[in-house]
Design a protein around this ligand. Sequence first.
Ligand code: HEC
Length: 264
Amino acid sequence: MSTRHIIFGLSALALGAGLSGCRGDREDAPPRQFFPDLDDQLKWHPQGQSGFFSDNRMMRRPAAGTVPFGTTEFVPTQDWASAFAAERAGLLKEDKGFFEGVGPDGKYLSTIPVPVTLDMLRHGQEKFNIYCSVCHGYMGDGNGRVSSATNQWAVPVANLLDVKYRLPDPKDPSSELHKDGYLFHTVRYGLLGEGGQPPRMPGYAHALSEADAWAVVGYVRSLQTARNGTLEDVPESAREELRRKRGAVPAAAPAAAPSTGVSK
Ligand code: HEC
């Protein structure tokens, strides 16, 4: 071993002893800082001031569009706060009725959970004509382009005017096919194929928001009502126009008979 190695080894030992010190000793001098830039790094204190932002605060407000997740429920105690609570619920999709079409009991809702207006139905009509009519037909009777004999969809397309999609099935009280929540769910998520089969109907959640989907549900209801109603169900003011339009339809094209029974 060379002298250089011995000197190097001794100084390493001395340095080690110096660093380890004696545990429990009291010392008035400030502690040694081996990495001062880590001990004394620049950092922002929650209540501190900074000239960096125009409001001089170090604490920032949450970025727009983010949802603060608290540990407690946000129950607004003042009127002005309820708008924030509603906005937060929307972002969190907490309202299972509106966002999933199911009630607190986990069953599909029987009725649309938002007010139904004429504007909403018009919106539903537009969306239905774009996304559903290709298979289900503009009338919802299952005679869309895709269901024509030359261009068959893999699965027979459902006739949405069928009574089983309108009224509770007396033979099967557990059937939920007639519920608004079920229709909503079908619009958003489609119908899965069984046992690895391709989907029987695609879902439209990518194209139709929850509000769109409820509007489509409303429009399907109005298609069903229209098929099963009479002129007397229509407001007096609109009857004349309907009579006129009916008169304009050639007599050779009578409306299809409404379906009466629960189909299989
Ligand atoms: C690509 C074709 C296609 C499109 C587009 C389509 N559907 Fe369907 N839909 C089907 C088929 C096929 C069935 C029948 C599936 C079965 O019986 O297994 C069906 C069934 C249904 C049913 C009955 C569900 C059931 O359980 O019996 C509803 C309600 C429905 N569709 C609503 C809609 C609505 C609303 C839209 C538009 C958002 C839409 N569908 C778009 C093909 C389509």
